[in-house]
Design a protein around this ligand. Structure first.
Ligand SMILES: Nc1ncnc2c1ncn2[C@@H]1O[C@H](COP(=O)(O)OP(=O)(O)OP(=O)(O)O)[C@@H](O)[C@H]1O
Length: 242
């Protein structure tokens, strides 16, 4: 079985309680950017293991490389050296098709800005990734309504993003990220665009839901206070994790 077809077999054998296999294992991950003849070594050998169901805060000042690290793990960009193992599969070596399958079947994404589809309502935004994943419409509708209701949006199911507040939009983005039951959620400043009290509420709901679903998460933030609510904090310093 090649890497891509392994990925296509989804999460079989990797129950959330299976502590023996990290959902994510990074070894000597490096990334440099060259611009105008100058090379910046942003990641200089990052090592990290995340257990199933573990929620890890990735702290670091602006420019320390948090987004670069999340982009690597999200298999969104090439140009990295080192190993990215996602559920025991070497994802760094996959071709574009294999990476797409790993992203679709195993990863969920929450960004600072929600990136919801503006022409679709809240439910549809959570249903669509499930249909792409092969779910039946009725099951996808039920799951979307369940997730959105758990996030306090039961009365906003048919609102479009422009009819929702910033906090509500971000809750829809959280529901969308969890829709396909990912083993690992990658979140880049998921509440960075919200005022402090809304950020606290949305983050608490995010953590409760991720824990309830048994997913692991890697959450980039520069907010120490929010980071302390997670299971573990790692810090990016001079291109390495401390
Ligand atoms: N495509 C690129 N080309 C050149 N340099 C880049 C590129 N992407 C990122 N960088 C540089 O890499 C460094 C890390 O950027 P990154 O966005 O990962 O930091 P960050 O910790 O997420 O910052 P913030 O908290 O401000 O979002 C920065 O110095 C940035 O300028």
């Amino acid at each position: 079985m090649n890497d891509a077809s392994n990925a296509a077999h989804g999460r079989r054998g990797f129950a959330a309680s299976d502590g023996a296999h990290p959902v994510l294992q990074l070894t000597a991950l490096s990334r440099s950017f060259t611009q105008g003849g100058e090379t910046i070594d942003v990641l200089r050998g990052v090592d990290l293991a995340i257990a199933p169901g573990e929620i890890v805060a990735l702290l670091g000042p602006s420019g320390s490389g948090k987004s670069t690290l999340l982009q690597a793990v999200g298999l969104l960009e090439g140009g990295f050296d080192g190993s990215i193992r996602i559920m025991d599969e070497e994802a760094a070596k996959l071709d574009a098709h294999g990476r797409t399958i790993v992203r679709r079947d195993r990863l969920g994404f929450v960004y600072q800005f929600h990136h919801l589809l503006p022409d679709f309502n809240a439910t549809e935004n959570v249903v669509l990734p499930q249909l792409v994943h092969g779910a039946h419409r009725r099951d996808a509708d039920e799951r979307a309504a369940g997730l959105l209701t758990a996030l306090g949006l039961g009365h906003r199911l048919t609102h479009r993003p422009s009819q929702l507040s910033g906090g509500e939009q971000q809750r829809v983005a959280v529901a969308r990220a969890l829709a396909n039951r990912p083993a690992l959620v990658l979140a880049d400043e998921p509440t960075g665009n919200l005022d402090e009290s809304t950020a606290d509420i949305v983050l608490a709901e995010f953590l409760r839901l991720v824990r309830g679903e048994g997913s692991a998460a890697l959450v980039a933030t520069h907010n120490e206070r929010l980071a302390r609510k997670m299971d573990r904090v790692v810090r990016l310093h001079e291109g390495r994790l401390q």
